[in-house]
Design a protein around this ligand. Structure first.
Ligand SMILES: *Cc1c(COP(=O)(O)O)cnc(C)c1O
Length: 401
């Protein structure tokens, strides 16, 4: 049960992929004039940069790799703190830890994205960057986040792994901060099974990210290049097979988002005026519309609703909640001055209070790991939408009766 792109794998992906298979050239690098070299990864990068209206795009092997490449490009490492929300996929946090830096968890607000007020509270003299996560397809409050970043001279790395194609005030997410990271795993808006993308408007950061994702080389080497490597890298390259599928999926992104936005609007219309819950705050109508989040009036109503429709509240939806990240909870940093950074269960009371009242209804991303095992998908008809909405209303009315 995957994301919308996975529901739409078809002739277009097959054609791009067959070009590569028939050519026999699977590596992202090749000689410019080699007729066998199909340049699918390069083309994917070009079209993704165009789509997001950024200067540079770098395809990598995963969203986690994309985040790590951003952190490396910005030279974030030991003793640096990065502010990240406590409600996100673990990879946002683990990429910070693996870069040697220290994740500082911040609260979310009723948009289910990072709370700008709490970012301010969490800034210390060690803070180097903010990693806002456009969670569940909803853009973060980027105006306020960029204002804070300018005031305190912080980098902003946008985690867009759940929000390919979303826009905030007419700018595509990922193009607003210093760098943006995307994922193409099976559960995301578009997919190549696995895969990732880094975008930026800064040539220097692009070159560093490129070097990190390869073995320190300058972009688009054609052979073995020695004497020009300024960064230690690790191989996170995308190959041509993945690039071919990712390219075909990128060309479907606008169609996917249009279909989901229409279905979500219909679902919301059916559910408006239903008592017992509110819709989460959406920071821009150009969100992905992959999910519909209901914020119930109380934890008790949310729990009973979840049980009846066979799902879970977001507090219990698995690994997107810091409380459920045992690898993180086991960590501890001791600073030279004796201060200690610990990760405790329930250290973010506002986040906990929101997540225990929240339930995801799938619109395009059908993923019980995200608490969205119930709802519709990109192929659902108007009757399907009606049936799900009717069931939601009936269930709530029974609970409130
Ligand atoms: C999926 C996801 C990632 C990681 O992407 P992978 O491609 O699985 O490595 C990072 N951050 C968020 C918010 C995600 O949802």
């Amino acid at each position: 049960m995957p994301g919308p792109g996975a529901y739409l794998i078809g002739e277009e992906e097959k054609k791009e992929l067959m070009d590569v298979i028939e050519s026999g050239h699977f590596f992202r690098y090749g000689a410019e004039n080699d007729p066998k070299f199909q340049k699918k990864v390069v083309q994917f990068e070009k079209e993704f940069a165009n789509y997001t209206e950024t200067k540079y795009a770098l395809a990598v092997s995963s969203g986690t790799g994309a985040l790590m490449s951003c952190l490396a490009a910005l030279n974030i490492g030991p003793d640096d703190e990065v502010i990240v929300p406590g409600y996100t996929f673990i990879a946002s946090i683990s990429s910070i830890i693996l870069s040697g830096a220290i994740p500082v968890l911040a609260e979310i607000d009723e948009s289910l994205t990072i709370d700008p007020d709490d970012i301010r509270r969490k800034i210390t003299k060690r803070t180097k960057a903010i990693m806002p996560v456009h969670m569940l397809g909803n853009p973060c409050d980027m105006d306020r986040i960029m204002e804070i970043a300018r005031e305190f001279r912080l980098f902003v790395i946008e985690d867009c792994c759940q929000a390919a194609g979303a826009a905030y005030k007419w700018r595509k997410v990922g193009s607003i901060g210093h760098m943006g990271a995307f994922s193409l795993n099976n559960f995301k808006t578009i997919t190549s099974g696995d895969g990732g993308m880094v975008i930026t408007n800064d040539e220097f950061y692009y070159e560093r990210a490129f070097g990190f994702h390869d073995q320190g080389h300058k972009p688009n080497r054609t052979g073995v290049e020695v004497g020009n490597r300024s960064i230690i890298g690790m191989n996170m390259r995308m190959n041509e097979l993945t690039g071919a599928v990712a390219l075909a999926q990128t060309r479907k992104l606008d169609m996917i988002l249009a279909a989901l936005r229409e279905k979500k609007a219909k679902m919301k219309l059916e559910l408006q005026n239903t008592p017992g819950f509110q819709f989460r705050k959406i920071n821009d109508p150009m969100e992905c519309a992959t999910l519909l989040t209901l914020l119930f009036d109380s934890k008790e109503i949310a729990d009973r609703f979840a049980e009846r429709i066979g799902t879970k509240t977001l507090a219990h939806s698995g690994w997107h909640v810091y409380n459920n990240m045992e690898q993180l909870l086991a960590k501890k940093y001791e600073f030279n001055n004796g201060e200690v950074m610990e990760y405790r269960k329930h250290m973010l009371p506002k986040t906990d209070g929101i997540l225990e009242r929240a339930i995801n209804i799938s619109i395009g991303v059908v993923d019980s790991g995200l608490g969205a095992g119930y709802g519709i998908n990109i192929h659902s008809s108007d009757q399907d939408i009606q049936a799900v909405a009717d069931n939601i209303k009936k269930t709530i009315n029974e609970i409130l009766a």
